[in-house]
Write a protein of this length. Structure first.
Lengths: 228, 281
């Protein structure tokens, strides 16, 4: 249910602007991550360069969201759900910026890989990227739609991503032993897999903040026993 | 609950042990200082409180918030029977207990009740007398006439209200010459002089500048170590800063009561959320 508007219209406008900037930032980070991995899989340096170039705009949006958040705290002294949304927005922007940084790292590694013959093992990255991207999108959806169940589901999915990264590391390490000439390429793939695993960690943080914003429930650092 | 019907008028003094006098171990474990039970209150035929029930803990600050006309000041004034002064104003149903004593029992001495439950108003109202006499007045009424005792109590009260250092060299000067914030602290000192258990504050900072407000808020923070404080405020940020518990009133009903932290981060009731976030009022 949409909450009624504030008596202060400018308060609604400020909250709406904050929310829109978070959405815009998330959209840009998603595009950056998508371009970086496409640049890798399609061996397209221009996509990698575009991904790296996006980072600047995302950094600026992070600063803008922090500035707007502080401005809302200062001018309107929000409480209850408004306060949670403002605090969560500011925390989200940090995590989205880190996701964009991971995408930039992936793009840089992809450009290095693209200078050498293609490695068939690059396909290992596809399911990892898909899983990380879905976690990220769903975490943002959970925040925007205030969907506590979806937020919890995203958090639970992080273990799968960790496992996929672990398996990829094992497989690529084995390949390094079998094909030492391509060692540098396999190392780059291990690094990219690790970057995607970190994207999952940031998506988890976003999902946790989404649950806090929607339900005032802090689900961070819960043991496995506590969550079941 | 102790029935007081057969008890003599002085029972309030006996039944509500003065916190100042009580050994620390006796105050430990006390969970309710003021117990409001199912209270309906009306001014003539106009009922303004409906079935209000809440328990106000001792040695803590409890804030009443809500839009104008919601009944928060009426309830505050019920706690020391200030509404007795208004014709046809009465509790229709329910009771208010102070330390287990029904304050509306005919056996209760209302003068003694008001000594035990002090009150500070929206606008500071010092007597047109000297600073010293403002404090000494209540003491003399209470039968304390010995100069040394009065001197001691005046200093203690002014220190308690964080005013001593500012006025100690001009106690004989008129109280009306003090600034608004100092006058309000003088009124708090006057309330403290007779050693109450409870201090009621009805928007005590609404006429003060931010610095004077901060001093009163700091004072409230210090006073709660010794007194039970109930404050009515329209300033939500003030309620958030100074209180441990908050009750939200709307249309004469207590909508929600809980820790201030809970009320201001995650209220249970939609009406509370809408009010404190500024969506109606």
């Amino acid at each position: 249910m949409t909450p009624p508007k504030h008596i202060l219209g400018t308060f609604d406008e400020a909250l709406s602007s904050l929310r829109n900037n978070v959405l815009m930032m998330a959209g840009l980070a998603e595009r950056t991550l998508d371009r970086a991995t496409k640049g890798l899989l399609e061996r397209d340096d221009s996509l990698c360069t575009a991904a790296i170039a996006d980072d600047e705009e995302i950094d600026q949006l992070e600063k803008q969201i922090d500035k707007d958040g502080i401005d809302v705290l200062l001018r309107f002294q929000p409480v209850a759900s408004d306060l949670r949304r403002v605090v969560a927005s500011m925390k989200l922007s940090t995590n989205i910026e880190r996701i964009a940084d991971q995408a930039t790292n992936i793009a840089r590694r992809a450009r290095k890989l693209n200078r050498h013959p293609a490695l068939p093992e690059v396909e290992i990255i596809i399911p990892i990227q898909a899983h990380a991207m879905t976690m990220f999108k769903d975490a943002i959806d959970a925040f925007i739609r205030e969907d506590v169940d979806l937020g919890r589901a995203v958090v639970a999915r992080d273990k799968d991503l960790d496992y996929m990264n672990k398996m990829a590391n094992r497989k690529l390490t084995d390949k390094m032993g079998q094909d030492p000439k391509a060692l540098r390429g396999y190392l780059n793939l291990i690094f990219i897999s690790r970057c995607l695993e970190r994207v999952g960690d940031h998506a988890t943080n976003i999902a946790e903040d989404a649950v806090y914003a929607a339900a005032a429930e802090d689900i961070r650092h819960q043991t496995a026993a506590a969550t079941t | 609950m102790v029935s007081l019907v057969e008890m003599p008028p002085e029972t309030l003094t006996q039944q509500v042990p003065r916190q100042n006098d009580r050994p620390v171990d006796e105050t430990d474990g006390a969970t309710v200082m003021i117990d409001v039970r199912d209270v309906d209150f009306a001014y003539g035929g106009n009922q303004v409180l409906h079935d209000v029930t809440l328990e106000i803990p001792p040695q803590a600050v409890t804030a009443f918030i809500g839009p104008s006309g919601c009944g928060k000041t009426t309830l505050l004034r019920c706690i020391n029977r200030m509404n007795d002064l208004i014709e046809n104003a009465r509790i229709i149903q329910g009771a208010i207990y102070l330390g287990g004593t029904d304050i509306n029992s005919p056996k209760v001495d209302v003068v003694d009740l008001r000594r035990r439950v002090g009150m500070v108003f929206q606008k500071s109202n010092p007597f047109p007398k000297s600073i010293y006499d403002n404090i000494a007045y209540g003491l003399r009424i209470a039968g304390i006439g010995k100069r040394s005792q009065v001197d001691e109590a005046v200093e203690k009260s002014l220190r308690g209200a964080a005013l001593w250092d500012e006025v100690k060299d001009r106690l004989d000067e008129g109280a009306l010459g003090l600034s608004g914030g100092q006058q309000q602290r003088l009124c708090i000192a006057r309330a403290l002089a007779v050693e109450p258990d409870v201090v009621l504050m009805d928007e005590p900072c609404s006429a003060l500048d931010p610095i004077a407000t901060a001093k009163i808020e700091e004072l409230i923070h210090d006073l709660k170590k010794q007194y039970t404080i109930v404050i009515v405020t329209h300033n939500m940020q003030q309620a958030g800063r100074v209180s441990d518990y908050t009750g939200f009133f709307y249309l004469g009903r207590l909508i929600e009561f809980g820790t201030t932290s809970k009320i201001f981060t995650n209220p249970s009731e939609r009406r509370t959320e809408d009010y404190i976030t500024g969506r109606f009022g």
